[in-house]
Design a protein around this ligand. Sequence first.
Ligand code: CA
Length: 455
Amino acid sequence: MSYFSGVTRRKFLATAGLSAAGSVFLKGCLGNPPSQMTATTTPTTPAVAPGPVAAGDAPETPTVKLGYLPIVESVPLIIAQEKGFFAKYGMTGVEVSKQASWAAARDNVTIGSAGGGIDGGQWQMPMPHLLSEGIITDGKKVPMYVLAMLNTQGNGIAIANAHAGKGFGLDVSGAADYIKGFSASQGRKFKASFTFPNANQDFWIRYWFAAGGIDPDSDIELLTVPAAETVQGLRNGTMDAFSTGDPWPIRILTDKIGFLGALTHQMWGFHPEEYLAVRADWVDANPKATKALLKGVMEAQQWADKPENRAEIVQIVAGRNYFNIPPEVLTNPFKGDYIMGDGKADVTGFDSGPLYWKDPKGSVSYPYKSHDLWFLTESMRWGFHKDKINDFDTVKRIIDSVNREDLWREAATEAGFTADIPSDTSRGIETFFDGIKFDPANPEAYLSSLKIKRV
Ligand code: CA
């Protein structure tokens, strides 16, 4: 472990010292508590010996720097690194780098690894599309390619204990009057948070509230707050709800700070969650390395979906070089077991938690274009970026320039995972817990069917 940390630290400092931009990276790092630090991790002993890579398939470079956030979504990247799946395909110089926040990941990919940042990594959606269009980077376009989905499920909405017994279930309509009356009774609106605006956790909590007849733009206050501050807020009563990924929901439960209102698994079974996306200039310059990277991630995802490997995942990712948390808080989510609290029945079963390679609806890893379409349609629903994303011609143009499912197919074919390659870029009609349907062939009908919206 100490050798490991020493190597990590030395390598990180060497990278950060390369340029002025690197010092921005370092500054962001030092401004955070240890658990939030940006740290780079290189592999220990690969569990899989580097495999034979045919001469023509040798990657243009063995090196790439991928960012991650310490939540279950990052497992395929960490496992590909630690179990030697990247190395097996010739990617012997991958660095997986903990990001202090989503905003830090955005800033680091904008400067790229040459500037001390990252080449790509783990993203909420549709961050790759927003980066590509310059929407979250002050107009600077950072073209990105979506290469794979990392996981499904593994997210939930936590509610502070102060609101127990008020009707916070999957159908939250029972709590609507309580929430809407909050201003009168408490002198402030009901406050809910997520860690980055206009992306997954924002979408999940908005969908949930709106399905219960609560307008997330007027009936409550929605805020972007760092995870640790949100947990503190739930504890001291200044925050009421938190939309986030495992292990945060379970930690809130086990620390007796709150209970779970709903799991995303209950809201939309086997929904798209977070993705692997890399800068387009890196992919265009390194097409073979891109596919090698993808093969390593795919093999890690297959490994991670074997129930007998989940205990080892917990041991690896809980370590101080990765999540730096007690392993116990990860055990239940990786079994698909969730204590909901507030008198609600527990949710159990492997298929309730995070899945990485396949699920009952199809591929988890393959980046269906129909899911990109849902994220951008939902962006239109809430009026996000409405000067830039306001019609389906634009949406389709953005998806076709960012989603590289073709590279996923090529990599899967070359690696021999042919049985698991979907036949279509659409997963077909999606059904939400409130009966609403999203038909990717007719997203306008989905928008029309929604009662609370900004379009
Ligand atoms: Ca997430």
